[in-house]
Design a protein around this ligand. Structure first.
Ligand SMILES: *Cc1c(COP(=O)(O)O)cnc(C)c1O
Length: 467
C-alpha cells in the first residue's frame, strides 16, 4: 500500500513515513493511492468478531506488509483492552430509528482514544523495528493532548512534550494531562493562547536541523493513522444494525473534519452508508462550505462545545483532493488561494459532488442546550454538548419517511463538560471514578514564556534525560 500527498498525487510514500511524519514533505496530507475494498462478504465475515478483530481487519488493508496481521491484532487487543466497555463502541437507541454510538469508553473519555491508543502501539512497534527513538511534540486546547499523553506514557523509545495555553483549558482537561505521572511525559503551560502554542510547535519542527538532531515528531489531527483507525467503528456499528443489508446514515459532530471523513473512508471502501451528516456548532465554516461552495475562515467564537471551535478544518483538504479528481496540483492551487486570502471557492460541479457526499447542519448555543435537556427528558440519556450538536443536526435533517437507521456519534463523556451540562439540566452529570481521581491527584507541569529559544533549550535537556 502506497500513499500520495494531497498536493502531489504523483509521488509515492511508504506507510512508515505516513505513520511517523504526519504531514507530507510538500505540506500536503497523506492519502492512499487507491482505496482498499470491503465487499459484502468481507463485512459479513466480521459479524460476531471483537472490536479489536474488526479494527485489525480494516487497518491491515491500509498498512500492507509494514506490520504483520498477528502483530497488528496484538496491538489492537492491547489498545482496545484499555477501554472500560467490552464492546468499546456500544450503540444505544434513543428513538424509533435513531441510535447513539458511544465513543467515550476509552482512558480519557473522548473518541480521540480510539485512534491514539492504536497510534501509540504502532509508534512503539515501528521505532523498535528501526531501533530509534522519537520525541513527540504537540499543542492542545482540548481532548487530543490527554489522549496522546495516555497513549504514550510509559512507552519505550518515545517521549512526549505537550504544550497548553496557561489558564485557558478547562480544569478537567488540564488535569487529565498533568496528573499522568510518567518520566517520558513533559507538560508545559505556555503564557499565551492556543495559537501561540501551535506557533511554537510549528517553529520548533520547522527548524529542520534541530528537529532531526532531537528526533522530533508531531501528533496532530491530520495523521492518516487516526483516520483509518476511526473508520473501524463505522464498520462495527453498521454490522450491529445489519450491514451489509442496511445502510445507516451517520451524523458526526465535527471540527477538524477528521471523524466524519473516517466515515467517508469506510463508505469509499464499500460499507453501505446512506448519508453522512456534518454537524457543526456556530463555528460553521464547513456548514457554509456545503451550502455555498465557499470555504472561508472567520474568527473563532467560543462555544459550550469547545473541541469543535476551529477556524480551519485541517482534514478538509482530503475531501478537496477527491473533489479535484485526485489532482494534487489543483489542490495545491486552491490551498495557496486559501492561505493568501483566507477564502477559496470550488466550482459548481465540485459543489454538487460535495453535496452528494455530505449533508450539513449547524447548531446554535441555545439549540445545543435545549437538545441536552430534551434528550434527557425523552430518554434519560445525558450527553456532552458536542454530542448534542450532532443529535440536533440528525433531528433537523432526518426525513419523516426515512427507513434506514441514523447513528449520531457521541464524541465525549458528559462529565468532561460538567459546566455546560449543569447549565442545561440544573445539575451536574455523574462523574466516573477515574475522572474524579484526576481532580485530586497531584499535578506536574512547568510554566514557560512564549519563547521558541527557551522551549528548544528545555527540549534539548529533556531528550538527554533517561526515561
Ligand atoms: C475532537 C473532537 C471533536 C471534533 O472531531 P474532528 O475529528 O476534529 O471533527 C468533537 N467532539 C469532541 C469531544 C472532540 O474531542
Amino acid at each position: 500500500m502506497y500513499y500520495a500527498s494531497t498536493r502531489n498525487h504523483l509521488l509515492r510514500h511508504e506507510f512508515t513515513d505516513v505513520l511517523l511524519n504526519g504531514l507530507a514533505p510538500d505540506g500536503g496530507l497523506y492519502i492512499p493511492v487507491e482505496w482498499p475494498s470491503l465487499s459484502g462478504a468481507d463485512i459479513e465475515a466480521l459479524r460476531g468478531k471483537s472490536y479489536a478483530e474488526i479494527v485489525t481487519d480494516i487497518v491491515h488493508r491500509f498498512v500492507g506488509d509494514t506490520i504483520t496481521r498477528p502483530d497488528l491484532l496484538a496491538m489492537a487487543e492491547r489498545a482496545y483492552g484499555r477501554f472500560s466497555h467490552d464492546a468499546c463502541a456500544p450503540l444505544v437507541q434513543i428513538g424509533t430509528r435513531h441510535f447513539v454510538l458511544e465513543l467515550f469508553h476509552g482512558p480519557t473519555f473522548a473518541f480521540k482514544d480510539f485512534a491514539l491508543q492504536l497510534l501509540g502501539e504502532m509508534f512503539e512497534h515501528v521505532l523498535r523495528q528501526q531501533n530509534r527513538s522519537l520525541t513527540i511534540i504537540g499543542a492542545t486546547s482540548g481532548d487530543t493532548g490527554s489522549a496522546a499523553i495516555r497513549a504514550v506514557a510509559g512507552r519505550r523509545g518515545i517521549r512526549i512534550v505537550m504544550l497548553h495555553p496557561e489558564g485557558r483549558t478547562s480544569d478537567v482537561q488540564r488535569r487529565q494531562m498533568t496528573t499522568v505521572d510518567s518520566s517520558n511525559v513533559l507538560n508545559i503551560a505556555i503564557k499565551g493562547t492556543f495559537d501561540d502554542c501551535q506557533a511554537l510547535v510549528k517553529q520548533t519542527l520547522g527548524d529542520l536541523d534541530f528537529a532531526s538532531a532531537h528526533q522530533l515528531g508531531a501528533v496532530n489531527s491530520i495523521n492518516w493513522v487516526r483516520v483509518m483507525a476511526q473508520s473501524a467503528y463505522y464498520v462495527s456499528s453498521a454490522l450491529s444494525l445489519g450491514a451489509p443489508h442496511t445502510a445507516p446514515a451517520y451524523c458526526v459532530p465535527t471540527g477538524n473534519f477528521g471523524d466524519v471523513y473516517a466515515g467517508y473512508v469506510a463508505r469509499r471502501m464499500g460499507l453501505p452508508i446512506s448519508q453522512l451528516i456534518v454537524a457543526t456548532n456556530r463555528n460553521d465554516i464547513l456548514h457554509r462550505f456545503f451550502q455555498s461552495g465557499v470555504y472561508a475562515s472567520g474568527k473563532v467564537l467560543p462555544t459550550i462545545s469547545p473541541s469543535m471551535d476551529i477556524q480551519v478544518s485541517s482534514n478538509f483538504e482530503r475531501l478537496l483532493f477527491e473533489l479535484c479528481g485526485r489532482d494534487g496540483h489543483k489542490v495545491a492551487d486552491l490551498m495557496q488561494q486559501f492561505t493568501s486570502n483566507k477564502t477559496m471557492q470550488v466550482d459548481p460541479d465540485q459543489l454538487a459532488k460535495a453535496q452528494e457526499l455530505f449533508a450539513s447542519a449547524s447548531a446554535s448555543e441555545d439549540a445545543t442546550q435545549s437538545t441536552i435537556r430534551s434528550l434527557k427528558e425523552r430518554t434519560g440519556m445525558v450527553v456532552c454538548p458536542h454530542t448534542a450538536v450532532g443529535i440536533h443536526a440528525a433531528d433537523t435533517l432526518m426525513a419523516a419517511d426515512q427507513t434506514h437507521p441514523v447513528v449520531t456519534l457521541a464524541t465525549a463523556h458528559p462529565a468532561k463538560f460538567p459546566a455546560a451540562v449543569e447549565d442545561a439540566l440544573g445539575y451536574s452529570p455523574v462523574t466516573p471514578q477515574p475522572l474524579q481521581d484526576v481532580m485530586t491527584k497531584p499535578e506536574k507541569y512547568e510554566t514557560m514564556a512564549f519563547d521558541g529559544e527557551t522551549l528548544k533549550q528545555r527540549l534539548h535537556a529533556f531528550s538527554g534525560e533517561s526515561v
